[in-house]
Design a protein around this ligand. Structure first.
Ligand code: PMP
Length: 284
């Protein structure tokens, strides 16, 4: 693989970042994952805008312009021959060569790293045809989940708890209400109505969420943004999640309770089709 580090395109084995980098020492870093279909970027604009906001919320400098970012994404797709896959982008605060809680001096350059993940068959994945089995777990993350930081230890533990329970993923619950999945936004459908948690600092403002809610409205589907419990979701006709890396993923089981007939529901399937179709057309 050819990867990108601070202005250079290098073989992955030659790419280096300081051990003092605050991304490494303190998870003082933000990231984005953009999907690639037909060799093109899905919703690059959405990811670029969210990255800018994450950086600004943490008073971190922008490593380069949006146009430069687009060029780096495109060049990596080309150099690595990606038709379907993902591009991971991370910006960390860098370092001035030592460890300290206080930020390094103003002139410290952020560290920017990008790499591709080749995933042939991403859009047509067997997992999306089977649907996901979900467990619910406590949400014990910090309070600024709208900032896309690399503090992913708890979501990672959550995925492992799901695996240990023979499931695919976990939805997190705070004060009795579902916040989101470990790496996706959560929805259920009851009587034709799509329900999902409203945006706040409690959840990540998913790029896929925004696109899917717009497309659902355009397809005359009814969407209600409100808090919901795991029990409500268990009694739903169907459920699904959205993320840039898995698009619209049907959910067929929650805490051992089968939804509908245990196969992906019609609304989740239709939204997945619409999303893939429209995203491919708008890809850059
Ligand atoms: N919530 C969390 C916690 C996530 O990690 C992600 C994926 N990064 C999402 C939601 C979905 O966001 P997006 O649609 O922008 O991938």
């Amino acid at each position: 693989r050819t990867v990108y580090v601070n202005g250079d395109y290098l073989p992955e084995t030659e790419a280096k970042v300081s051990i003092f980098d605050r991304g490494f020492l303190m998870a003082d870093a933000v990231y984005e994952v953009t999907s690639v279909l037909d060799g093109k970027l899905i919703d690059f604009e959405g990811h670029a805008v969210r990255l800018k906001r994450s950086l600004s919320e943490l008073q971190m400098a922008e490593p380069c312009s949006k146009d430069e970012l687009l060029e780096i994404h495109r060049k990596l797709v080309e150099l690595n021959g990606i038709e379907e896959g993902l591009i991971y982008l991370q910006v960390s605060r860098g370092s001035d060569g030592d460890r300290d809680f206080a930020f390094p001096s103003e002139d410290t350059k952020p560290t920017i790293v990008l790499f591709t993940q080749n995933k042939p068959g991403l859009a047509d994945s067997p997992a999306s045809k089977k649907g996901a089995k979900i467990i619910s777990i406590d949400d014990i993350r910090w309070g600024r989940r709208d900032i896309k930081t690399t503090q992913l230890l708890y979501p990672s533990l959550g995925k492992m708890m799901a695996k240990a329970a023979g499931c695919d993923d976990a939805w997190m619950v705070e004060d009795g209400y579902v916040t989101e999945g470990t790496s996706n936004n959560a929805y259920f459908v009851k009587g034709g109505k799509i329900v999902t948690r409203p945006l706040s600092t409690d959840i990540l403002h998913g790029i896929t969420r925004k696109a899917v809610l717009r497309m659902a409205a355009e397809a005359q589907m009814v969407v209600e943004e409100r808090l919901f419990t795991v029990d409500e979701a268990k009694e739903a006709d169907e459920a699904f999640t959205t993320s840039a890396s898995a698009f619209v993923m049907p959910v067929v089981e929650i805490d051992g309770v089968t939804l509908g007939d245990g196969t992906p529901g019609p609304i989740a399937k239709r939204l997945r089709e619409i999303y893939l179709d429209e995203s491919r057309k708008a890809a850059v």
